[in-house]
Design a protein around this ligand. Structure first.
Ligand code: FAD
Length: 365
């Protein structure tokens, strides 16, 4: 058996890793370098956390996600996860912070409730007058994406996988199990796994009713000097409450302090608007007052644009037709499942039971 994997974001790299571990020859084809800064997996860091609000299937799968990462750290000889824990804030009844907290209660998962004053005592960058409460949990952290990608790339090469960087796939023939490259070359295998992220619709336009592609951006900031240390010791903020659908990644292990907000995204082609716009960093930063105090004192260092796919209900997408499987661990929350998605796909391909992998990925149970 031999497998072609198209796209070396976390889904493709992990699938190649899991297949290679199981003795299956893999060729991984990536249109850019690995890591590719334009991919959804190419930024400095991503959050892993237990809380999943009303998507309980993903909440229940976090244990498997952690176990798969642990297996990967063993193989890479390095743990690329900072165990910061995570925090939720609520500004209004029924906002995102509260929905996530309710999900933790439903699942019986432990967390600590903090009053506004207790929250600001522990995390002095929060304005206590703007929140109803804070919640902290140890079951979360920050995955160091660029280091994961570089190490996986090197591990794959050492372990015999073929890696083709800067090689764009222009089409996939599902019945033949083959791909055509931009230079006209054709590669064939027993099965093709397409993990092309935001570029999936370029290869499979017929999936446009299932997947929508969005463009967004995140901002890297330098906080005021007196708040630098509190931020360095902060948990990842999964939801700051209110209506910006935001998140904050603390500056850990040499990464930057990053703010991102769901309300900033809009539907676009994957290569559209990939240069940040004038004032975009300040706009992103300012979404966060409230609940972040003294927001105007944070210096904008960098703005990184991103492109990713969504399904209508934000569950992952997987579809097999003949000798090709298209997978999108998408909707803005797929990175944390990268390692286990790779394992599930590898097991499904080897057992000729992709349906089980799809059921697991869709997490409706
Ligand atoms: C701003 C933002 C914040 C997020 N925050 C989180 C978070 O905190 N936690 C979390 O778990 N998830 C988060 N996510 C989601 C997560 O980043 C994605 O779900 C995940 O990275 C998707 O990985 P992927 O491998 O499926 O796709 P990608 O990382 O996009 O990889 C696809 C790869 O395929 C390559 N490719 C595409 N087409 C071709 C082709 N034709 N030929 C060759 N190569 C091709 C691309 O170059 C790319 O490298 C976030 C996403 C964004 C955008």
């Amino acid at each position: 058996m031999s497998i072609l994997v198209v796209g070396a974001g976390i889904s493709g790299l992990s699938t190649a890793w899991a297949l290679t571990k199981r003795g299956v020859p893999v060729t991984l084809v990536e249109q850019g370098p690995i890591p590719n800064p334009l991919s959804a997996s190419g930024d400095q860091h991503r959050i892993i956390r237990r809380a999943y609000g009303n998507q309980g299937g993903y909440q229940r799968r976090i244990g498997a996600a952690y176990a798969a990462w642990d297996e990967m750290w063993d193989d890479l000889g390095s743990k690329h996860l900072a165990d910061t824990g995570f925090m939720l804030l609520s500004q209004r009844l029924g906002d995102g912070g509260e929905v996530y907290r309710d999900g933790l209660i439903d699942g019986g998962y432990p967390f600590e409730d903090l009053s506004p004053e207790e929250t600001a005592d522990r995390f002095p960058f929060i304005d206590p007058s703007t929140i109803r409460y804070g919640v902290v949990s140890g079951e979360g952290g920050v995955l160091l994406c660029q280091r994961i990608a570089s190490d996986l790339r090197n591990w794959l090469i050492v372990n015999g996988a073929e890696i083709r960087e800067n090689t764009r796939v222009t089409s996939v023939d599902r019945s033949e199990g083959s791909i055509t490259l931009a230079d006209g070359g054709v590669l064939s295998a027993d099965h093709v796994v397409v993990t092309a992220g935001a570029w999936t619709l370029g290869l499979f336009p017929e999936l446009k009713n299932s997947l929508k592609t969005y463009r967004t951006a995140v901002v890297y900031l330098t906080p005021p000097a007196d708040l630098r240390e509190p931020w360095e010791n902060a948990p990842a903020i999964l939801d700051p409450g209110g209506s910006n659908d935001g998140y904050v990644l603390p500056p850990v292990s040499g990464t930057g302090l990053k703010f991102g907000a769901g309300i900033h995204r809009y539907q676009a082609e994957p290569d559209q608007d990939r240069i940040a716009k004038e004032g975009e960093g300040e706009q992103l930063r300012d979404y966060f007052a409230p609940p972040i105090a003294r927001i105007g004192e944070y210096r904008v260092d960098d703005v990184v644009t991103c492109s990713y796919t969504f399904t209508s209900d934000e569950h992952f997408f997987a579809s097999t037709d003949s000798k090709a499987t298209v997978v999108s661990a998408c909707s803005g929350h797929g990175y944390k499942f990268g390692a286990v998605v790779g394992q599930k796909l590898a097991e499904g391909i080897i057992a000729n039971d992709i349906a089980s992998a799809r059921t697991w990925l869709e997490a409706r149970d």
